[in-house]
Structures are given as C-alpha cells and as structure tokens.
Design a protein around this ligand. Structure first.
Ligand SMILES: *[C@@H]1O[C@H](CO)[C@@H](O)[C@H](O)[C@H]1NC(C)=O
Ligand SMILES: *[C@@H]1O[C@H](CO)[C@@H](O)[C@H](O)[C@H]1NC(C)=O
Ligand SMILES: *[C@@H]1O[C@H](CO)[C@@H](O)[C@H](O)[C@H]1NC(C)=O
Ligand SMILES: *[C@@H]1O[C@H](CO)[C@@H](O)[C@H](O)[C@H]1NC(C)=O
Ligand SMILES: *[C@@H]1O[C@H](CO)[C@@H](O)[C@H](O)[C@H]1NC(C)=O
Ligand SMILES: CC(=O)N[C@H]1CO[C@H](CO)[C@@H](O)[C@@H]1O
Length: 790
C-alpha cells in the first residue's frame, strides 16, 4: 500500500476568545495540533482526579512527566460535582481547579474531557441519578430537559476553569476539550436515529458556544461528525483508523493500557511490548497525539464511584499502579519509546512520508523524509515470525514478530517495541508483611434491622413492586421492600423472588432466610428459598442492593435494578403451585439502612456507647465493626487486607475506601493459562491473555491513602459487614499472614531493595521463593518476575 505524500493544508487557527498576551495559541491542521504556531507530537495520559487524593496528585503528575508525557487527561465527574441538584462539591478529590493547577505547575498540558456523560466505569456513566426525576428526561438524546441540564453543567465547569485561567489561551494548561463520549456506539445501536443525530449536532454547537479557545473533540464518533469538532479514536490499536476529514489530525484519545476489573473477574494485564507496539504503529501511521487510558487508574473510593460490578480497585494495569507506584517494565519501556518519538517530532510532523508493504501487508516500512534527513519505521504484524527487512541502503534488519523497529536515521534501530531495555525492578508486593498493626482490637455493633422487619413504617406504600433507582434516587445501595400477609395454620413454602439485581436478602418474620446476587455479570436472577409461615400475620422483608449503576450502552439509564415487577410468590412445596402471589400486595418502601441514617461510619460520640467489646461475633450478617490502629510509619501508601471478610463497605477515619467483597472468587478463565504478547490483545474472547488471580478473591487489598491517616494518634477503621465475615483473624500471628484483616504498610519498594541488595555486585545470587514473595495486591502481574540487569 502506498499513501500519497502529505499536501500542506490551510492552517486552521482558532482564535482564543479569552486570549491574553501570555496565552498559548492552540489550533490544528491535518498533521497535528498546532501550539503557538508549531506542530506538536503529544503524548498524554489519563489520571482521574477523584480516583486519587489531592495529596497524591503532584507525585502522580511528576511521574507522568518523567515518563515522557506532555499532557494529563481527565474526565469531569458530574455526579461527584453535583450530587444533588444545584448542590455542588468542588472539595478534596473533587477540587478540579486544583488538579489542573497541579498539571500547570508541573509544566504540562491538560486535556479536559467534560462529557458530561463519561462512561469511565463510573456510576451511571457520571450522570447524577437525580436527572431521572426531571420530567420528560431522556438521557443523551435530543430533548430539552437533558440538553438544558447538560448545558448548565458544561457551562459551570467551563466558567470555573475560565475563572481560574486554566485554558491555554488564558495562559493555562488546557489545550483540548471533549464533549460527549463514545456516542458512535449509541448511534450504531439506534440505527442513526434522527434524535440521536440532532443531539450530537446540538452538543457540538453548545460546546463551540462556550468559547474556550481550544478545539473540541469527540471520541468514537466516526459517523455523522459535526463540522466543528475533531473526531478521535479509542481502542487497543488505532493504526488502521483515520479521522473523517483531511483537515484534522489523527488523535488517539484512549489507548487502553490494560483493562478494568469486575468483582467476578481475574486481573487483566496488557504487556509493555504490546502497548509499545500499538503506540509505535500509531505514530508510524501519522498519529500525532495519543493518550494512555489509564496512565494511573487509581481507586473507586466511595459508593457512587464505580460502575456496575466494578471492583474498588481501578488499577487498570496502568504504568502507575493503584498506589501511584511506577509499574515496571511498562513505565520504563514506554518512556524509552516517548524519547525516541520526541526526537523525531519535526520529521514526523513535517516530512513527506511513504508507506511500503514488504511482500505482505503484515510488514510495512514507512519512510519520512524532510530536507536531507529521513526516519523509518518497520512494523511486523505477524504474530508468529520474525522478518528480515532490507531498506534502501541495502542494510537488512531483523524485526521480531508483533513488533515495530524505529530507526530515527533509517540506519540504526533506536527502539524495538518487543525488546525491553528499561531497568526492571523486581517488584514484589505483598502488603502486610512489614509494619503490621497486629492484634487489632475490634468492637462491634449490630445493624439495627428491627425497624425493617415489619411493614409498618416506610416512606410510602404502593400496590406494586417498584424499580429501585427511581425509588431510592441512588441515595443508598439499599432499598427495603416490605409486605405482610395473613395465613392460617403453619405451612412450609418456597419464597420465589425475581429481581433485576444486583443483590437480594430475604427475611421472613424477622429471620434471614436467603441471600443471592447476580452471577456472572448478569443482573436478572431468581431467588428461591424455603420459608415457614405461622398462623396469623407474617412479614416479608426484602432488601435489594445495587453494586454500582450501569454506565454504558444505548439507553443504559433504562436498565432497571431491584425487584421491579417481581414476581414475588410463595410456592407450595408439595404441589408446586403458587399459594400467594404477593406482586401486587401493599408494599412499604424505605431506602437505606439504620446505620446509614445514623452515620455509624463516622464513629460519632453519641454512638460510642453502642460499640460492644468482648467476644466479637464472626460470620454474622449486618454487623458493624470498629478497630483503632496506629498508622504504619513512613510515607508509603497503606493497604488494608480484608481477606476473611464477606461483603460490605470500609472507612478509615470517616473516609470511604469503597465497597469490599473479598469473598467473591474470580472466575476461572482461559486467559489465566496463556500469556504471549504476540497477537491481538482484547478484553474478551480469545484476545484475553496474561490474566492473573483466577479462582482467587477478586479483590482482597484496599488502598488507604496516606492523607486519610493521622500519624502518632489512633486511626479508626469502620467496616459495615453485610454478608457475614471474620475480621478477628487480624489478631492471629504475623506469620500466618495472608488470611487476615489488618492495616499494614504496603512497602513493596523496601522489600524490593532488600532482594536487590542481595544480588548487587555478585555474579550470581539466589532469591529464595518464600512466602514473602507471594503475589499480592497491585502486584504487577501477580507473578514474580525476576529480571537481571547487568
Ligand atoms: C541537502 O544536501 C545538499 C547536497 O548534499 C546540500 O546542497 C543542501 O544544502 C542540503 N540541504 C539542507 C537543508 O541541509
Ligand atoms: C534473518 O537473518 C538472520 C541472519 O541475519 C537469520 O539468522 C534468520 O534466520 C533470518 N530470518 C528469517 C525469517 O529469514
Ligand atoms: C424476571 O424479571 C424480568 C425483568 O422484569 C423479566 O423480563 C423476566 O421475564 C422475569 N423472569 C421470571 C422468571 O419471572
Ligand atoms: C414448579 O413450577 C415451576 C413453574 O410452573 C416450574 O418452572 C418448575 O420446574 C417446577 N418445579 C418442580 C420441582 O416441579
Ligand atoms: C398485578 O397487577 C398488574 C397490573 O395491574 C396485573 O397485570 C397483574 O396481573 C397483577 N398480578 C397479580 C398476581 O394479581
Ligand atoms: C479502534 C479499536 O481498536 N477498537 C477496538 C477496541 O477494543 C474493542 C474491544 O476489545 C474492540 O472490539 C475494538 O475493535
């Protein structure tokens, strides 16, 4: 295949409305972004501000810069900023202006992806649940209620950032902004519905009206691209993708560095070799700006952070791990690539180019020429064989399978994506070994279920089974559905409940009779459990729980949760006929638990006397636990190992660390048994590889950011254990380390130094594979990798 040489196109410069003398002019042409008149090759990385803490931001951003990044990208998290209509939150992790100022202070650019629909494995895709209460509302379609709210929020964010002079034209870091997000998949599913088309054009017009002075992009919007936006690529590979118009540059907004994790799944890993291969091919094929999604994944702190069934860890196998530590060799291998690409910026963005396939479309040489210099890429997409490629000068180069060689002078290979040269540390992370706070002294308190065991009190009654999100407004994960029935004599029945998820507890006459949750990522399930009715009034109390709201797909907000419509029936066990159909009984509704109303997690003074000492009950559902501990010394991040516990929520000093569910064992998947970076990586099917943690608790370690801890004084950990678990194993001995609850220092680097020290200066050394080297949380791959660098 041969592509024609690039013809200079009219330079399109967007005048920055708010531009001041010190401002940066940002525009673009068919080749790249143009910043202050210069074409720029840009490498960016995603860091989502609410998935870390303000105290972590400077370090994360500095590491990104040292890793060769020019820009930091983030979404904007509407439900976090406006949890209730017109009540705003820009504090702490939601201090978006502070985040962009940190980026600016680091001397980096920023990419603002407002959305405000963001997907992002985030509760409801970032849209606040209260939007649903507005009449006539239809998400992400051409209708006034949605468009008005979207414009109000977009304007609020833009004005806030303008006020802080954060846009490039004002001297700030933001060089690009995004409106909507991956709308192409909605348009596909709706068959290019007219309302969808009107909506996306409205989005572009509304965005451009904001006068931010930097271009607007839309990602995964390849059909029906409005004229005044740049369409961009998201994916694991973007070399075969080209923008819709020739006057816009090729931009890759999401190069997935790994993949997110759900409670039922093992850990995903994407190799450094494969990411480097995809990035090199992107720049080989005229790429000019690419963004790693994620560069730091982080943590889904809090209830409305994660998406449906998404774990609290959002590590993503990113170059910076959940705790903000450098993940090698991924970080270093990509940094080396960035250096080589940067050295070629001028020729890649100004040179003529020629793509030549070598006998087979899998092998392609691209030669860029400018004045008297030239630069070459040789890509080999065969996943099973190396190839020998002879260039114009007669020299032959061996290119390994599934790799790209970069020759900045067309003579010497400066980089090959499959050859990792970066100094690789032996990162062995087994949190909890060193600075263990042993023997946590627990106290406990039962969740007061009593008020919910009858149908007497509730917020309201209705003769039908209602949808959960609409009923609770997503103010809690929990919604009680309660009813009663008169019965004569004693009978053994089966309680049958059909629910759209995600989790269900059933009580009859105050006694817990069953628990079930959506298996295998599906949400609709039936619970069947034996019950005994007595003569007289019998109470049925059903507690439905959501585990993060759906965030993706056309009309995702229509996906119901809870026992919507049921049926709920009592079935005669002998005849297998319905004895009572309760679906249209008078149901009493109440969202939330008693402990949520009391804010038990805050350990308030008025509750202190309620905590009980003595023997701590274990495997007791609906129990609050509390322990105090001293913060491990040092500045290292801290993790809580919650193995032994069931499912619930954990707080430290009142800060929500997220939902925990270590009793959920990850599925066994073929991808756990194959790991070869060669060949297409995918998040599903045959493309799954290098998975770790099959048949293990899907998440056992939970990040406690340093800033949540107080040094030199007691710290309080509160757990709400919903399913039943054992926190007391924390008091067992240090040696039987794995299975316990503890607050402990995650100090992988210290351990690594120890093992490295054992080898430095020696011709050979032995690293003993002891208990200490077992893989743990956030461990690079869950696999012990020992790499010798000489
Ligand atoms: C390119 O090379 C030619 C001949 O070697 C020389 O005359 C010319 O000045 C060079 N041009 C540049 C831009 O270096
Ligand atoms: C490539 O060349 C090397 C020697 O230069 C040789 O060993 C190797 O077999 C060749 N590979 C292929 C696929 O021809
Ligand atoms: C369960 O509920 C879903 C959603 O309302 C419905 O589609 C399905 O038919 C029901 N299944 C049973 C077995 O009642
Ligand atoms: C009971 O009846 C239901 C619905 O009619 C049917 O699906 C189920 O298989 C029956 N169970 C037994 C044990 O007969
Ligand atoms: C419950 O009410 C709905 C709507 O009125 C009706 O379609 C359904 O048949 C009723 N179910 C029972 C078991 O009475
Ligand atoms: C552009 C691109 O690479 N898209 C891919 C992104 O990943 C999904 C899921 O693996 C693929 O289906 C797409 O083709």
């Amino acid at each position: 295949m041969e592509r024609v040489s690039w013809q200079p196109l009219a330079l399109l410069l967007l005048a920055a409305a708010a531009a001041v003398a010190s401002g940066t002019e940002v525009g673009y042409d068919g080749r790249s972004m143009v910043i202050d008149g210069e074409r720029r090759l840009l490498i960016s990385g995603s860091i989502h501000y609410p998935r870390s803490t303000p105290e972590m931001w400077p370090d994360l951003i500095r590491k990104a810069k040292e890793g060769g990044l020019d820009a930091i990208e983030t979404y904007v998290f509407w439900n976090g900023h406006e949890p209730r209509r017109r009540q705003y939150n820009f504090e702490g992790s939601y201090d978006i202006v502070r985040f962009f100022k940190e980026v600016q202070d680091a001397g980096m650019y920023a990419i603002l992806r407002i959305g405000p629909y963001i997907c992002g494995e985030w509760n409801y895709g970032g849209l606040p649940a209260w939007l649903r209460d507005i009449s006539g509302m239809q998400f992400r379609m051409h209708n006034n209620p949605f468009e008005q709210e979207m414009e109000t929020f977009t304007t609020l964010i833009v004005d806030k950032l303008k006020e802080a002079k954060m846009f490039a034209g004002q001297g700030g870091p933001i060089i690009l902004s995004q409106i909507e997000n991956e709308y192409g998949n909605v348009m596909d599913k709706l068959n290019n519905d007219e309302s969808a088309s009107e909506y996306i054009h409205w989005c572009a017009a509304m965005a451009n009206k904001q006068n931010v002075g930097v271009p607007w992009i839309m990602c995964q919007q390849d059909q029906d691209v409005p004229p005044n936006v740049i369409n961009t690529c998201n994916g694991f590979y973007c070399h075969d993708w080209f923008p819709k118009r020739t006057d816009i540059p090729k931009i890759w907004t999401e190069n997935w560095t790994g993949w997110f994790k759900a409670w039922d799944k093992p850990d995903f890993h994407r190799s450094a070799e494969d990411i480097a291969f995809s990035v090199a091919m992107f720049f080989q094929t005229r790429g000019s700006l690419q963004n790693y999604y994620m560069y730091h994944g982080g943590t889904n702190f809090g209830r409305t952070s994660g998406g449906p069934y998404i774990t609290t860890s959002y590590d993503y196998d990113a170059p910076l791990d959940e705790y903000g530590k450098i993940r090698q060799p991924k970080y270093g291998h990509l940094k080396d690539l960035h250096n080589v690409l940067k050295s070629m910026e001028k020729i890649l963005l100004h040179g003529d180019y020629k793509d030549t396939t070598m006998g087979n479309t899998n092998v392609m040489v691209t030669k860029y020429t400018l004045d008297n210099s030239s630069a070459c890429f040789i890509s080999n997409k065969f996943d099973d064989k190396e190839v020998n490629v002879t260039l114009d000068d007669g020299a032959t180069h061996v290119v390994p399978a599934w790799s790209v060689s970069i020759l900045p002078d067309c003579k010497t290979v400066a980089y090959n994506s499959a050859k990792i040269k970066t100094q690789t540390s032996v990162m062995v992370k087994r949190p909890g070994v060193e600075t263990v706070t042993d023997g946590l002294a627990w106290s406990w308190m039962p969740e007061n279920l009593h008020p919910f065991m009858t149908d007497e009190k509730g917020n309201f009654r209705k003769n039908e089974l209602l949808e959960q999100i609409a009923t609770s407004g997503d103010q809690s994960d929990y919604l009680w559905y309660r009813t009663s029935l008169e019965h004569k004599g004693e009978s053994n029945y089966k309680l049958h409940v059909n629910t759209t998820g995600h989790e269900l507890y059933a009580f009859v006459n105050g006694k817990l009779v069953g628990r079930h949750y959506a298996p295998n990522g599906g949400f609709v399930f039936q619970m069947e459990t034996p019950v005994k009715l007595h003569s007289g009034k019998n109470y049925i109390s059903l507690l439905s729980a959501t585990i993060g709201l759906k965030n993706y797909g056309a009309l995702f907000e229509m996906m119901p949760a809870g026992i919507v419509g049921g049926p709920v029936k009592l079935v005669d066990t002998v005849t297998n006929t319905t004895a009572y159909d309760l679906s249209n009984s008078s149901w009493s509704y109440k969202a939330g638990l008693a402990g949520e109303y009391r804010e038990t997690h805050l350990d308030k003074a008025k509750d202190r006397s309620q905590w009980r000492g003595g023997t701590i009950p274990v495997h007791r559902p609906f129990t609050w636990y509390k322990a105090t501990f001293e913060a491990p010394t040092g500045e290292e991040p801290v993790v809580a190992d919650l193995l032994g516990l069931g499912k619930g929520v954990v707080w430290v000093n009142g800060n929500n660390l997220g939902r925990y569910w270590p009793s959920y064992v990850a599925a066994d998947m073929d991808g756990c048994r194959r790991c070869d970076y060669r060949g297409t990586f995918m998040a599903d099917g045959d493309g799954q590889k290098c998975l770790t943690g099959c048949n293990e608790p899907s998440q056992r370690f939970y990040h406690v950011p340093r800033s949540f801890l107080k040094a030199g004084e007691p710290n309080t950990m509160v757990l709400f254990e919903e399913a039943g678990g054992d926190p007391t194993r924390a008091s067992a001995s240090r040696a039987a380390s794995a299975a316990r609850t503890r607050a402990a220092s995650a100090s992988p680097r210290q351990r690594w130094r120890r093992s490295r020290a054992a080898c430095v200066g020696k011709e050979s050394c032995t690293v003993r594979h002891t208990e200490d080297f077992r893989a743990g949380s956030g461990c690079d791959s869950g696999v012990l990798t020992v790499q010798a660098t000489c």
